[in-house]
Design a protein around this ligand. Structure first.
Ligand code: SAM
Ligand code: SF4
Length: 466
């Protein structure tokens, strides 16, 4: 039984038990409210999750797209995961890194390997990475993570460097979060995996991660330590997806109420096949593509200010469809094995990786696709470097003012990318897209300013942002 204070298990189950399809009038009323960018309450969210009619579903998709564009504009932020170690003491039944998986080759990158890996990512054009690791001994783990962050930030390859490191590592204590905060991380990310406590117990068999409440309180501890840029998520496939969405929204409301700040990002991973993990190949609550699209759209309308992250777990078709539904950040060219970007380790990859990927295209292929879909691929790191995080970010994102930064900064970082890495066709298509985006900036002063800065980029200046 889940009796934890901010996840009201009884309330969620009673909603689930009373589930009914909302009538058309109710659904359209909710969508009208959604268009006002004020978010939705749990009852409204649940009603939209129960919609079956394809005409109304298409309206939900349309409103989600509208909300995304009103808040963030037509840009998609890109990042790559950076796995530094696959050692782990936990036994999460869905993950290849689990401690009892004897078939996995274990690897922890040394400083030299981290530098090599960073250079490979820089050659691909990346500026933002998500550092990922398994969980071993927490204090030594944290030292290793902090040293890795320092190493990555320190690497230069000509004019290129990593400008933002987000982190997805095991929960820390307040004191440990204070140490991590000093490393200038971007977002601290942690997924509850499942908010359903009984299921949580069944899939986390051993190690510190088997403590449901300690994980659930992680973001509270991060906030208390002064980290106010956080990301949350659910691993879809473990339990009823409607329960998970409602519980995640309760988590968000708790954070908003307690700290005045919600999560900067929500991740929506679905379970992918992992080495020696039967549950990953046959998840108990499979989320099909249609329901997955509904989840993304409803979250987008319900929590309009939050970035939604879609990883390369999903295949290119689903990813392309999700761009239209409100996803705002995606990974590209990803590897889930430590050392994966280095050609040298290619032959071992299958026995080192956390799970297999749905989208195995290169970063440049993904970028070309994004351009063809009419979105600006963005490597922006502006908000975090200008201190627009926590409350300051919310103040801009809630009324939809953040796109005055997102679009120009997206244009600058994409212009850098096409100058430094684009082939002839991307240069041509990219410039056409930038011209189109410039015209769409309605504030003429801002448009002139962006044009001025673009000419600086053509002259070789780098790392321009508002
Ligand atoms: N070890 C830390 C933890 O579990 O919190 C850090 C991150 S873990 C390497 C990153 C995430 O990968 C997990 O939170 C989980 O949601 C996801 N994951 C694990 N196995 C997966 C699988 N088979 N398919 C998709 N995602 C998976
Ligand atoms: Fe370890 Fe994280 Fe994988 Fe669990 S999900 S086995 S904690 S790496």
């Amino acid at each position: 039984m889940n009796n934890y204070k901010f996840i009201d298990d009884k309330k969620i189950h009673s909603l689930l038990n009373d589930a009914k399809i909302p009538d058309d009038g109710r659904a359209y009323d909710i969508l009208r409210k959604g268009r006002e960018l004020k978010g939705l309450d749990s009852g409204e969210i649940f009603d939209l999750l129960n919609v079956k009619d394809s005409k109304i579903k298409n309206e939900i998709f349309k409103v989600a797209k509208y909300v995304k564009q009103e808040i963030y504009g037509k840009r998609l932020v890109l990042f790559a995961p950076f796995y530094v170690s696959n050692y782990c003491q936990n036994e999460c039944t869905y993950c290849a890194y689990r401690s009892q998986n004897g078939g996995l080759i274990r690897k922890k990158l040394d400083e030299e390997e981290i530098i090599e890996e960073t250079k490979m990512l820089l050659k691909d054009g990346h500026k933002r990475v998500l550092l990922v690791a398994g969980e071993t001994h927490s204090d030594r783990d944290l030292d290793f993570v902090m040293e890795s962050i320092d190493t990555i930030y320190g690497v230069r390859d000509g004019t290129q460097n990593i400008r933002r490191i987000n982190v997805n590592i095991a929960p820390l204590s307040v004191w440990q979060f204070k140490r991590l905060e000093r490393c200038k991380i971007g977002t601290y990310q942690i997924f509850q995996e499942t908010y359903h406590e009984e299921t949580y117990g069944k899939v986390h068999l051993k190690g510190p991660k088997s403590n449901y409440n300690f994980r659930l309180e992680t973001i509270d501890r991060a906030f208390k330590a002064g980290i106010d840029d956080v990301g949350i998520g659910v691993l879809f496939g473990l339990y009823d997806w409607k329960y998970e969405v409602l519980a995640m929204v309760e988590h968000i409301r708790h954070l908003e109420h307690q700290f005045g700040v919600g999560p900067h990002t929500i991740s929506v991973p679905r379970i992918e096949p992992a080495l020696n993990s039967p549950i990953s190949k046959n998840p108990p609550f499979v989320v099909n593509d249609e329901d997955f699209k509904l989840i993304i759209s409803v979250l987008r309308i319900a929590i309009p200010y939050t970035g939604i992250i879609l990883s390369t777990r999903e295949n290119e078709k689903v990813r392309r469809e999700a761009f239209e539904l409100g996803v705002s950040q995606i990974s590209a060219g990803s590897k889930t094995n430590p050392g994966g970007y280095n050609e040298r380790d290619k032959h071992n990859a299958d026995n080192l990786e956390q799970f297999s990927l749905g989208d195995t295209r290169s970063t440049s292929e993904v970028i070309k696709d994004i351009v063809q879909c009419g979105y600006i691929p963005s490597f922006c790191t502006g908000c975090y470097r200008k201190g627009r995080v926590g409350n300051d970010f919310m103040d801009l994102a809630i009324p939809g003012l953040i796109k005055e930064h997102c679009i120009p900064n997206g244009i600058f970082t994409f212009a850098e990318y096409i100058h430094d890495f684009g082939d002839r066709s991307l240069k041509k298509e990219g410039r056409e897209l930038i011209d189109k985006m410039l015209v769409e900036i309605q504030n003429e002063q801002l448009q002139d300013k962006v044009r001025d800065k673009l000419s600086l980029i053509s002259d070789g200046k780098r790392d321009i942002f508002f």
